[in-house]
Design a protein around this ligand. Sequence first.
Ligand code: PMT
Length: 404
Amino acid sequence: MNKQIGKKLGLRLVLGITGGVAAYKAAELLRLLVKAGIDVQVVMTKSACQFITPLTMQALSGKPVFTSMWDASIANGMPHIELSRRADAILIAPASADFIAKLVYGRADDLLSTLCLARDCALLVAPAMNKQMWENPATQRNVLQLKADGINIFGPGSGEQACGEVGLGRMLEAADLLSLVTTHFTPKLLAGKHVLITAGATLEMIDPVRAITNLSSGKMGFSLAEAARDMGATVTLIRGASALPNPSGINTIEALSADAMYQLVMQNIAPKNSAAQDIFISVAAVADYSPKLIHDHKIKKNEQTITLELKQNKDILSEVVTLPNAPFCVGFAAESEHLIQHAEQKRLRKKLPLIVANLVVDGMGGDENLVTLIDDLGRHPLPKADKKIIAHEILHHVYRLISR
Ligand code: PMT
């Protein structure tokens, strides 16, 4: 997830680990941060070292881990200043109730708390504690104070706790924290914009058990929805068939057939009670044809051959682009040959300001894609990359076009 997005953002983090059972989750968090291309320096409190070893974190980050104020290996002998000067943020995960209390009072009795007090960068805090400790008025007061001080609180989540109780207090999952970190640092170029995206495959029923579908996984469309959200847009995602979970912070609606998707797109393009969409991105692999008749009962195996009669579906994108006050429309072209030629023809035929051309072999199903953006100015090939990166590139291009 978010592979190399941190590198693109040029992010440098101090990951501060405090004492709590959730410290074991910090190892997975570190692995994901590093995989995302984020430069991470780990700092651990003494109690954190009771739960997970600095050696594990050193192996995962590829750097020495700092645990003491008196570490002579920092060049000027001032780790409390030096470490945060190099960082865009300090992320405390897990943050114990005790450490949160320390932050409130500006205490500085170990390396991590001193680093937080001496920082000139963002502070992101992911609390993790027993639910009673979380609900205690003292902790609630402390968290409110941290928020008032401009410190970002990520979570906690709810669920089963190490002590056996169930409730609020669990540290957010590593993937969710990674996503919150990258969102925090993504420039909000699409703030105030409403973006509608379709994603995934459509499913055209033949009878109650069989359907016509395709191999779209939804990854490209979901990545675009998440990137638009991270860039500050209000996003509506109309999802066809896809195994992916609904992304957080996005209004996600399911539409399995091409017809259902058409109806939902039209309802959401200029909804009665909220703002009209500014941008429509049609990523879904919508069936061009569906069975003329959906059988009520399972078709029996009586004949050697059977014939399915198909009718053409409405072209959703073409319908949207011709609406009065149409949003800025982005189409995709999935081709198996003559990519650029077919995509250019599709763009002109559908009267699109921008089309994203990809070969089925490059884009369908996998985590990566190789695309060429085609607009009035010509062709803009992008290097092969994770769909998360491609999504950001596409939206930056859209931003440039709509800002003209
Ligand atoms: O989901 P993934 O596994 O990540 O794969 C991503 C993808 C390959 C599906 C994606 O990158 C992609 O190319 N999506 C468009 C697939 C497609 O249907 O292409 P097309 O060339 O057939 O259609 C052209 C455009 O018209 C598309 O924007 C499509 O959404 C739209 N269309 C097509 C038919 C139809 N009835 N209504 C439409 O709106």
